[in-house]
Design a protein around this ligand. Structure first.
Ligand SMILES: Cc1ncc(COP(=O)(O)O)c(C=O)c1O
Length: 389
């Protein structure tokens, strides 16, 4: 039985899959079973910040796997402490809890908000059109009916405000509100960038009223926007933020980062994870920080931003069906007036991988170490695809 038939027989049908069977990755390229090479401008849905199988990441994983893969969290491990220090040094004074995926990081943030509210404040304001994950708490925070359908009743206490609209936030907030959760840039929602002033207004209000401001940086964190964390690009500091995707550059790990003021909300026994923060995961995270620092990743994101801005603006002026080009750093989108699934398919036929979200938004999030020449090549292919539809 070939691989696709094995999927049909044995893998639960929760994804719409396409394309060939990939067996190898190197940098911004994927290779299929026959050795054909594909240019990946959406590696791992934002996970592959250093491209596929970066030699230093692969090296450290192999080294640490031979030394110590996992020990439970009632014992100390060197790299958990080291990685927590790196995250804190790069962000703000505080402490870190480690988990394994974006949605788990968000669950931890939701539990922190509930614990902070001490049963007196239980409401959490989330944003319409947001995406926070698929476990029930994160799904309840996700302000999109299509993902929640079939899974009700959800976790109570979530109220959805219009993204970017401070007046709507004021209509939703009350003295039962414990926290606000927001992606500074909605990723799955279509690369919608929160206005800086809006985030600043939220910050001011939350500080005045004692409400936790939580940023979901699962997609925007780890240099994606040209700063280590998106909140630094906006100049607005949350109380809590969540990292995942890029933190392990492909190795599963997530982090809940809590500022000093709220670092004692959790006490032993209130939250835990068997796998979270293992020596293997955390050493990988440490190496990701190292590579970002030593390989000029933040500098390269500036170059990526220039190239993407140039090409996507060109596409907008050239093609009438391109309504908007938007993005920052290495996180960009083209909003079309038509559906874009066939664009992704046609790009794949030309050996280019991109993404379509919200039916009409093409999303491009290359590896942060992609060479601009390669990015150029990919965007020229995309230009050809767009001119053919
Ligand atoms: C902003 C954001 N939060 C949370 C998640 C959930 O992450 P995971 O799929 O690792 O659970 C995602 C995933 O796409 C995301 O983009």
């Amino acid at each position: 039985m070939d691989i696709k038939n094995k999927y049909k027989s044995y893998v639960l049908n929760t994804y719409t899959r396409m394309g060939p069977v990939f067996v190898k990755g190197k940098g911004s390229f994927l290779f299929d079973e026959s050795g054909s090479k594909y240019l990946d401008l959406f590696p791992g849905w934002g996970v592959g910040i250093l491209g596929h199988s970066h030699p230093k990441i692969a090296g450290v994983i192999s080294l640490q796997a031979k030394k110590l893969i996992h020990i439970p969290n009632n014992l100390y491990n060197v790299y958990q402490a080291e990685l927590a220090e790196k995250i804190i040094r790069a962000s703000f004074k505080g402490k870190v809890f480690f988990a394994n995926s974006g949605t788990e990081g968000i669950e931890a943030a939701i539990k922190l908000a509930k614990a902070f509210g001490r049963g007196k404040k239980h409401k959490i304001i989330a944003m319409k059109n947001s995406f926070h994950g698929r476990t029930l708490g994160a799904l309840s925070a996700t302000g999109q009916a299509k993902y929640q359908q079939g899974f009700k009743p959800l976790v109570p206490g979530f109220v959805y405000a219009k993204f970017g609209d401070f007046d709507d936030f004021l209509r939703k907030v009350d003295n039962k509100t414990a926290a606000v959760i927001i992606e500074p840039i909605q990723g799955e929602g279509g690369v919608n960038i929160a206005p800086k002033e809006y985030l600043a207004e939220l910050r001011k209000y939350c500080s005045q009223k004692g409400i936790l401001l939580i940023f979901d940086e699962v997609q925007t964190g780890m240099a994606r926007t040209g700063k280590m964390f998106a909140f630094q690009r906006f100049g607005v500091e949350p109380d809590v933020f969540v990292l995942a995707k890029g933190l392990g550059a492909g190795f599963p790990i997530s982090a809940l980062v809590v500022s000093s003021k709220y670092a004692d909300v959790f006490s032993p026994g209130m939250h835990a994870s068997t796998f979270g923060g293992s020596p293997l995961a955390c050493r990988t995270g440490c190496e990701v920080f190292e590579v970002i620092e030593t390989e000029g990743i933040l500098e390269n994101v500036k170059n990526i931003e220039k190239v993407l801005k140039y090409y996507l603006s060109e596409f907008k002026s050239k093609f009438s069906f391109v309504l908007k080009a938007r993005g920052v750093g290495a996180m960009w989108a083209l909003e079309l007036s038509r559906e874009c699934a066939d664009v992704v398919k046609k790009a794949l036929d030309r050996k280019l991988i991109i993404n379509c979200t919200q039916k009409k938004v093409l999303r491009i999030m290359p590896a942060l170490n992609i060479k601009t020449k390669i990015l150029d090549k990919g965007l020229n292919i995309l230009g050809k695809v767009l001119s053919e539809i």
